[in-house]
Design a protein around this ligand. Structure first.
Ligand SMILES: C[S@@+](CC[C@H](N)C(=O)[O-])C[C@H]1O[C@@H](n2cnc3c(N)ncnc32)[C@H](O)[C@@H]1O
Length: 233
């Protein structure tokens, strides 16, 4: 039997936001891969998927260092790639868990690219993205009519962020954790601060919602934090 690799989106936190297709793949898996960026941290994606795990399923917690640490990238990523190839060669159904959607700012994208030419089938099963769940949680329309919505990683250059903030009607800022001060100043400069709301760990038990970013509250951010805002009309 041929091994298959599934990138499975588990949504941003609430296990009830997983698709039937995602649950089916998880239940049928021989091996579940739970990616982490550091050894010590827990896998949030695994926690979300836990209610649907088959008893006795093999779980591999693999560390995928942040992409920008080039030296670490090589060894760890090559080892992980070989581990997955070994499982596929043994005919296993391998599920690679992803927070939110697998094709949206995720580690699975790199694995997908690395294994694309390997000859094994790879399927991506979409998930609810964090920003979509946040729109619903806040009762906040992300885009309507002719609105232009910009999705901006706060890790991008100041210039790139500034360009996007200057032209968008609505914005979603992802990966807001290390440079919240700078992001708040940029939002203010582009008249987007008054309507900004930050939500951390949406759908998880310790979710927080911060509506007044101008007050400088909640500076110590969790990595799973997103800001949404829109221009006043
Ligand atoms: C590497 S990206 C993963 C995006 C994910 N693939 C998706 O579809 O939403 C990580 C960023 O997603 C956002 N994020 C993911 N889960 C979140 C959650 N539960 N609450 C708030 N933001 C979240 C944060 O901006 C975080 O820094």
């Amino acid at each position: 039997m041929t091994g298959v690799l599934y990138g499975v989106g588990v949504g941003p936190g609430d296990p009830e936001l997983m698709t039937l297709k995602a649950i089916k793949a998880i239940k049928a898996a021989d091996v579940i891969i739970a990616p982490k960026t550091e050894k010590k941290e827990d896998s949030v994606a695994l926690t979300i998927a836990t209610p649907y795990l088959k008893e006795g399923v093999q779980i591999l917690k693999l560390v995928f260092p942040m992409v920008f640490v080039q030296e670490e990238l090589n060894d760890a990523w090559v080892n992980n790639k070989n581990t997955i190839l070994g499982l596929l060669a043994a005919g296993k159904k391998v599920v690679f868990l992803t927070l939110g959607d697998p094709m949206f700012y995720s580690t699975f994208i790199y694995i997908y690219k690395l294994l694309q030419g390997s000859g094994y089938p790879i399927e991506s099963i979409p998930g609810v993205t964090a920003f979509c769940a946040i729109g619903s949680k806040l009762g906040y329309p992300l885009a309507e009519g002719n609105d232009v919505l910009s999705i901006i990683p706060a890790t991008a250059s100041t210039e790139k962020i500034s360009q996007a903030l200057a032209t968008a009607d609505n914005v979603v800022l992802m990966k807001v954790y290390k440079n919240l001060d700078e992001i708040v100043r940029s939002l203010e400069k582009h008249d987007l601060l008054d309507n900004a709301t930050m939500i951390s760990r949406c759908g998880l038990v310790d979710e927080t919602i911060t509506r007044n970013l101008a007050d400088g509250v909640n500076k110590c951010q969790n990595y799973l934090s997103t800001i949404v805002s829109h221009r006043s009309v």
